[in-house]
Design a binder for this molecule. Structure first.
Ligand code: SDX
Length: 429
């Protein structure tokens, strides 16, 4: 293959270097384009634009492949602990037993949050959306750990900041759950695993014992792994962009949570359940809602369907759909929304509109059904996505910082008024 791409602008030809990745993806390096031609590229939503090289996650949208540092999502979801995957994403290799034990022990020892954070929760209006609270609570950590404010203060300080965030995230998420219902919080217990601790802090009631259900623990572990990273998605790109200004890690991750909140991104998992419940309340007519989704005059979209990268299937959705059947069967739960979801999927996947546009269930389509079967309120679903995605965001941020990448600052094509003189107010009609 030629090592360059040729581009001709108004008769002037320029050659741009090609960069080929380890999976044979080809990128045109346009870093010299403007200097050579005066032109910039334009790509709304960055549908064809790579923002970085990365060795963390590989997606093949046509083949439905998702790998983290070379390991398939199927193997990781089936065989790994979530903290193992977090270590793999952040450090580049799976930990040895000794490394894992040290990692796990260090995280168990940092699960407590400053009690002043509870005062912050007390100030929130009742009914505040959990994602708004999570954004604020993560950002507030830099107030309790001011040494985190400088992300260039050396590897040891950087890893301490990373460890604190990984360790405190489940505690913050569980505190949000408890504060939403006005119940006393449950403190973390160092003798529980990462996932067990989160479930115990969330579901244990202060007046009763709580017995961890191994079905819940395995299902939660798998769901967190399936959400752990997804290369340069909207929220990961946000973390990188904010971090590129050398804002601290907590501020960068807080910005990523804000991006994830959107219904076109992680907020879709809450929208899916609300959509399925609305369809159930409206008689369960799947075709009616398929027709609404196809109607350009109707703003309704089939939430949990479609993906920017996957053009045949989302491998995570396949794993989650299988897990939903297993969890509901083991819990003896029959959820009418699961049947509606399956009817929607069958109807959509045989409909030319969806086939032509390569729209099918994504990671958010079935995840909410499991979360609900486990007892999470729908407003907490996107918080659960953030809990899973945290190690991926941290890995993306660390790679950007380690690569010493420049501050992100895209160009534009101006389409506003050309130069004109100012008319004083008293002369303007
Ligand atoms: C996540 O990027 C990631 O990796 C994200 C994620 C991750 O792990 O980080 O995978 C997590 O965000 C999954 C996506 C969750 N969002 C939803 O489920 C919301 C519903 N889906 C869509 O809004 C949409 O499919 C997106 C946002 C996911 C992707 O949008 P694109 O790539 O910008 O595609 P598009 O909006 O340009 O749609 C192409 C066509 C359009 O029709 P035409 O104008 O060509 O006629 O498909 C149609 C769209 O109208 N379309 C849909 C649809 N999604 C796209 N029509 C009906 N229902 C839908 N869900």
């Amino acid at each position: 293959m030629s090592e360059t791409a040729k581009i001709s602008i108004q008769g002037v030809e320029t050659e741009l270097p090609l960069l080929v990745g380890t999976e044979n993806e080809v990128g045109i390096d346009i870093s010299g384009l403007r200097a050579a031609t005066g032109a910039v590229t334009l790509d709304f939503g960055y549908k064809n634009t790579g923002s970085t090289t990365s060795s963390i996650t590989y997606l093949d949208g046509e083949a439905g492949i998702l790998r983290h540092r070379g390991y398939s999502i199927e193997e990781l979801a089936d065989k790994a602990e979530f903290l193992e995957v977090a270590y793999l994403l952040i450090n580049g290799e799976l930990p040895t037993k000794e490394q894992y034990d040290a990692w796990d022990n260090e995280i168990r020892r940092h699960t407590l949050v400053n009690t002043d954070i509870q005062n912050m929760f007390d100030a929130w209006p009742t009914g505040s959306h959990p994602m708004g609270q999570l954004i604020a609570m993560i950002s507030s950590l830099s107030s309790f750990y001011p040494e985190s404010l400088n992300p260039n203060s050396g590897e040891e300080a950087r890893m301490r900041t990373i460890t604190r965030l990984l360790a405190k995230m489940p505690t913050l998420c569980a505190m949000i759950s408890k504060n939403r219902i006005g119940h006393p919080i449950i403190y973390p217990k160092n003798n529980l695993s990462y996932v067990e601790n989160y479930l115990n802090m969330t579901f244990k009631h202060v007046t009763e014992d709580y017995e961890l259900d191994p079905v819940f623990v395995r299902a939660m572990n798998k769901l967190l792994i399936l959400h752990a990273d997804h290369e340069q998605n909207c929220s990961a790109s946000t973390v990188r962009l904010v971090g590129s200004s050398h804002a601290n890690l907590y501020a960068s991750i807080s910005a990523g949570v804000a991006a994830l909140w959107g219904p076109l991104h992680g907020g879709a998992n809450q929208q899916v359940i609300e959509m399925l419940e609305a369809i159930a309340a409206d008689g369960g007519d799947a075709q009616k809602y398929i027709d609404k989704a196809k109607d350009k005059n109707d703003p309704f979209r089939l939430m949990g369907f479609g993906h920017r990268v996957y053009k045949n299937f989302d491998p995570r959705a396949i794993i989650i759909k299988k897990s939903a059947d297993e969890v509901l069967e083991k819990l003896g739960v029959s959820d009418p929304t699961l049947e509606i979801a399956k009817k929607l999927e069958q109807a959509a996947l045989s409909d030319p509109y969806f086939i032509e546009r390569k729209l099918f269930p994504n990671v958010d389509f079935y995840s909410g059904i499991i979360y609900r079967a486990m007892g999470f309120p729908v407003e907490m679903f996107t918080v659960l996505f953030a809990l899973g995605r945290l190690p991926g965001w941290i890995a993306q941020w660390r790679e950007m910082m380690d690569d010493k990448q420049p501050i992100g600052r895209p160009r534009q094509i101006y389409t506003g008024p050309v130069s004109r003189s100012f008319t004083p107010l008293n002369e303007r009609g």
